[in-house]
Design a protein around this ligand. Sequence first.
Ligand code: RRO
Length: 302
Amino acid sequence: MSGENLKVEIGDLQLRNPTILAGGVLGQTGSALERIWNSGAGAVVTKSVGLESKEGYPGPNVVQTPCGLLNAMGLPNPGIENLTEEIGKIEDEECVRIGSIFGKDREEFEKLALKMEEAGVDAVELNLSCPHAEGLSTIGHDPELTGRIVKINKEIEIPAWVKLPGNTHISNFLEVAESAESAGADALVITNTIPAMAIDTRAERPILGHNTGGLSGPAMKPIGIRLVYEAYEKVEIPIVGVGGVRSGEDMIEYMLAGASAVEIGTGIMWEGLEIFEKVCDEALNHLNGEKFEEIRGRAHES
Ligand code: RRO
């Protein structure tokens, strides 16, 4: 979807509209990414990728609950070489591609970011926050480690976005956000899923193969809104809101809290790929001629 009133900027990156495919959903092949772009998304984020391919956790990997989805995929991915080959298959040059990467340390993130840049992505998203990845979940809770990893942005020319964890009882979320900003992050993506669980009452066992997983969907929206609102008061860099966006009004709410754009993942399950156009149409109706940038952060005005 495009049109003058829909355009937004995330730092130097211009998007035709503020709806972005969230990392982890339909983002492993060039054809799937291009299909989402053709459905009207303003940009697409790949599945998070590491240096080597990885199978992920044993199933079940996804459970639907009344308030959202639980996933414990376990970072399944084809490895950076295969994923960048897939990105190269996207035919529409206008398609704004964001490469999501995860690693265990600064060196791995640097290698991955350089490979993504070589593959022609428009930005990298540093996933510092998978809620159930052994050893990796803690990165985005540690302000110093976060800063150290974000500094890989000195080695690349493209923007580096940083995806933060939402389980803020573990760490000081705002300290991590500020540390990412001081290290030169170009945008914050707020937030990843939150650890949660479902139990099969007949089997009397956890449903997910990994026992716990990350909660996404409607239950996440009030949490995401709060975190975006609080981060907006502390950092100057753009914020991309994630969690529970299914309608134009949901996106407007994130923008009033301070987001410049939103990522959409779980909503696709309910609304199909039409969700990107639907959210844009509904948001335009709500705006009634105003621009997105005019309403950004307006909920903070006294
Ligand atoms: O692959 C996953 O299990 C996963 C990842 Br990398 C992430 O960042 N967030 C999530 O909920 N699941």
